[in-house]
Design a protein around this ligand. Sequence first.
Ligand SMILES: [Cu+2]
Length: 562
Amino acid sequence: MQRRDFLKLSAALGAASALPLWSRSLMAAEQRPLLPVPSLLLPDARGEIKLVAQQGTSHWRGKDVPTWGYNGGLLGPAIQLERGKEVRVNIFNRLPDATTVHWHGLEIPGEVDGGPQARIEPGQQRSVSFTPDQPAATCWFHPHQHGRTGYQVAQGLAGLVLINDPESGKLLLPKQWGVDDIPVILQDKRLTEDGSKIDYQLDVMDAAVGWFGDMLLTNGAIYPQHGVPRGWLRLRLLNGCNARSLNLTTSDGRPMYVIASDGGLLAEPVKLSELPMIPGERFEVLVDTSDGKPFELQTLPVRQMGMTLKPFDQPLPVLSITPLRVMASGTLPDKLVEMPAVVVPQASDTRWLQLMMDPELDRRGMQALMDKYGHAAMAGMDMSAHGMSGSAGDRSAAAPAGKMQGMDHGSMGGMDHGNMAGMDHGKMAGMDHGEMKSKQAKSPAPFDFHNGNKINGVAFNMEKPAFEAKQGVWEKWTISGEGDMMMHPFHVHGAQFRILSENGKPPAAHRSGWKDMVLVEGWRSEILVRFNHKADKPNAYMAHCHLLEHEDTGMMLGFTVA
Ligand SMILES: [Cu+2]
C-alpha cells in the first residue's frame, strides 16, 4: 500500500471509529441493528488461512437460534486474495455433519475446487493450495455436500472471497472495507413456529420450488442500518438465498451503477434503477450518497413460485443507509477494464444441457405449495402446465373431470418403472411387499424426489462424469429449461464464462461481462466457456442448478477437463 493511500485509509478509519456514536443514537431512535460487516481475512506471513466450520448461535426475533458459520457462529469472514499469489487454506470441520468448501467463481483446478467429492468428515481437516489467476472479483465460498448443500447453507455457511489485482487497484474505486466498500450478503430464512430453530427439511415441495423463508437477512441481520461517508459508495451484493430471486432497487429511485458481475469488472459502468439477482449471483454497484440524504436498499416483488408470500409481496427494505458528515474518496470511472469481444470459434465444441424436473415432482410439489399457501404462492402461474387442474385450487369442490384425470395420471406416473428405476434398490429390497401394497392403497405411491431433478435425463451421479472438456478450448453450451416453468440459476465450476444469449434474448449490458451464473427459465441460454485448469475423474468439476434444492435432488452433473 502506498503511503498516501495508507494516510487516507487511516483518516477514513478514524472517521469510521466515530461512526458508532452516530449510529447508536440512530439505533436508539429506530430500534434497528447495525449492519454486521464480515471481517477481512488475509493469508498470514506463510500464505496460510485457517477456516473453521463450526456451530454457533444467532439472535433473531428475540431468540437465540443455533446456526453454523466459518470462524464464527454465522456466515464467515471475507477472504482477501491477490492475483498470482499462492494461498493455502486449512479447513477444519467442527460440525456434526460432513461438509465440503467450494470456491464459487474461482478458476482453480478440480482437486481444490471443493465439489461434493471433497468431503471433510466431522472432526477432520483438509488443506487446499491454489494460486488465483483471474481478474479482480467478488466470489464466495460455501458447502457443496451432495444432498445437504441446501441445509448447510440455510444453517449459515457462506462467506465472501475477494480477489484483488494490480489493474483494479489502479482504478480509484471505493475500497475502504466496511466504510465505502460494503459487503451485502442477502439471504432469506425461515424459523420454526416458536422461533428457536431454522426450519429446514428437504421435502417434495422444496425439491420442486426451493426452500424459502419469511425473513430477509442482510449479513445475518434483519433490516440493519449503516452509516456511510458522502460520495461514492460501493456495495458488493451477493444473492446468497437457497432459491429466491431478488430485484434490488433504492427507495428514492437513485440510480445504481453496476461496475462488476460475478467474474469481475465490466468494461464500463451500467446505470440501472432495478437490479434483478438470481441465487448465487454477485454484482458490485456504486451509489452516489453525496446529497447526504438517507435512503434504503430494497428488494421488489418477483414472479417466482413460492416467493410471492409476505413480506415479499411488496417492496421490502433490506438495508438503511445514512450518509454522515465525512467525505468519501472513491470515484466512479467512465471506463473500467478491457473486455474482450465475444467471438464464437467456428469449430467450437458444443454441448446441450437439458434441465428437467420429473413431471411427478413438478405436480406433487405444486400441489403441496398450493395446499400449504394457496394461490398467493403461485405467482400467477398456470397450473395446467404442472399436471394440476387448470383452475389450481379448491380441492374440496367437486373435482371436474379434467382434475380427476390429472390425479389419476399422477398416481399412475408415480408407479411407472421410470420412477421405480430411480429408487434406492437397497431400500426396495428391505421393504415388505405386503406393507408396501397396503400403504399404496391409502397414500400416494412412493416417489423418489431425491432424484427427481435431472440434466439430460440423468440425476446427479458422483461416479460418472457426463463428459470431458479440453483444457484451454472455448466451448459453446446451450442450457435448456424447456419443459418446466421453473427458474433455474445455472452455475459452472472452474471457469468464468460469457453469456451469448440468456433465456432466448441477448444478455443485458451488465450481464455481458464475466459470469459464472446464467438464468434459465422455460427457454434456452447459451454460454461461451473455457477451462484453464484440469479436473480429473475423482475431482470432476460440477455444472448445476444453483437453486440448492434442485441441485440437492439431482440437477447437477460432473465433468472432467483434460
Ligand atoms: Cu433449478
